[in-house]
Design a protein around this ligand. Sequence first.
Ligand code: WTA
Length: 640
Amino acid sequence: MKYPYQIQNLDQYYSDYQKSIENPDEFWGSIAEHFEWHETWNSVVHSDFLTAKTIWFEGAKLNITENCLDRHLEERGNQPAIVFEPNDPNKPSQTLTYQELYDRVAEFSTVLTNIGIQKSDRVCIYMGMIPELAIAVLACARIGAIHSVIFGGFSAQSIADRVIDAQASCIITCDGAYRGNKEIPLKPVVDQALKLCDTVSEVVVFKHTGTTVNMTKGRDLWWHEQVNEIIEVGIPWEEPERVDAEDPLFILYTSGSTGKPKGVVHSTAGYMVWANYTFVNVFQYQPKQVHFCTADIGWITGHTYILYGPLSAGATTLMFEGIPTWPDAGRFWDICQKHSVDILYTAPTAIRSLMVFGDEPLKNKDLRHLKVLGTVGEPINEEAWHWYDDKVGKNNAPIVDTWWQTETGGIMISNLAGITPSKPSFATLPLPGIFPVLMDENGKILEGNSVSGNLCIAKPWPGMIRTTFGDHQRCIDTYFSAYKGYYFTGDGCLRDEDGLYRITGRVDDVLNVSGHRIGTAEVENAINMNPLVVESAVVGFSHDIKGQGIYAYVILNKEIADEEMASNLRIQILRTVSEVIGPIAKPDKIQFVTGLPKTRSGKIMRRILRKIAEGELNSLGDTSTLLDPSVVESIKLSRM
Ligand code: WTA
């Protein structure tokens, strides 16, 4: 497969960028011609940022899985589509060719139709990182059902919240998953979640770990039995559903500055074009290369750069079930060697966690195949960037620092590997179609170079968020209201003297812990559910490996007698957070306090709490407007 729209050199980047901004209809229209459509579009893009309404490829009809599977069969039916590396390095890896993946997806989409799932129904998927997760996702897309993948680390309560919000009728799960030396139960968590919600009528369970699980009669179905039935009865495979360009492809829940995660909705055609275009250009993918994105499919990075981007481009995508440090810190490098990985795409937090082990795990690992390295999810510090460049890439593989968000569908600001310049800790330049604007607090556009402000995007792009599920006003309020006529990212950003962009981090109450977005309000709500807690305030602090850690200030309804009691209480609070959200949201530090710094109107002054968490005790700024300035002194004294 050739990619006629793959940018070949710096001049072409500038000229394509120019074209994309001056004439987006022509630019994206000609790229879209390289995909499979049942009906073509009447117009390329209509957009109104004030009402958050954007339509790409209006009138077109397609099925995204035909673009990811069917169209590759003739030319590369026998090429690996998915290479699966299991958690346990002693177990064999698995390969699914394009033909095999096509067969399994067509088969499983028939299972879904057979059990009554229809176009536009919402299907939640709660599985480990196994090929069946990819099959489940694609099978939903094949029949036009809307998938909502829930990260395998989320709690029963979090699943229930998402099921209820999406009004999902089906959950696809597996008995359990492996994670390093642990076996994680999944089906039992779904069982617990389903006690808290009542919209789900079918649960399809894939047998992976083989542990015993309870199957509820009339509701729970074994994946393999359903597939066998299709084969035995000889039910013909379902034809792919022809959906409208703007029909939703998936919902993915993400944290914001309020307590409740939002269901970010992506459409079909625009997302497909954007996933493919960004994949082919940023990583400069060449046919037959092996692309290894280490993200989990529970997050947007997995959706776009394990599944839809690579598969729509006919690439070989590697799925890994385990963790970077088990059985040892050489696991990534073993995988790269074993599968001759060409492109490695991971998170700064993973790089930092491996740096701790020094160079030893890299010794005798053959990484000569690596041609492109990528990072995503959080700012990368220069030290980690250089380690990645020196030790992993041997100064011979360009690093792409890719900035984007769940809401943007794909990469927005990044260098293009080997084509545009890179600069440590800089995402560098916008992709064609992306028009970044920096704003000051008052909504004034900051022109020119060497400026810092809030990052907004001025023009529509194909992969942008279409709505927040079930609540369009929330989409308008969150993204299109702070600066009228612009999409607001929630990130702070610097444009340097050369016009290169550097993302400096969130400017709202969203933390980025190990590359995962977590709202402070969400963690506070969870802590407050513990019956002993009166009130809490959560802030982020710099953490060597996680990027940001979670620091919680908690007021209890009882006095703490001694350190032992305090430590027991901390354990209880951590358990509550795990139950309400999941282990990823557990605070690193919990400080018990008797009061919080509040303004006279009752607003918590987080700025002060952030400084204390960082240990900047002498630069707290003006505290005279506080209702009770003395609480600050007592918080400083008992700082963790
Ligand atoms: C942050 C992940 C700096 C940013 C794809 C953004 C980054 C949030 C980078 C989105 C990067 C992502 N440099 N910061 N290269 N990439 N971020 O929705 O704060 O999980 O707003 O999407 O991660 O996180 P999300």
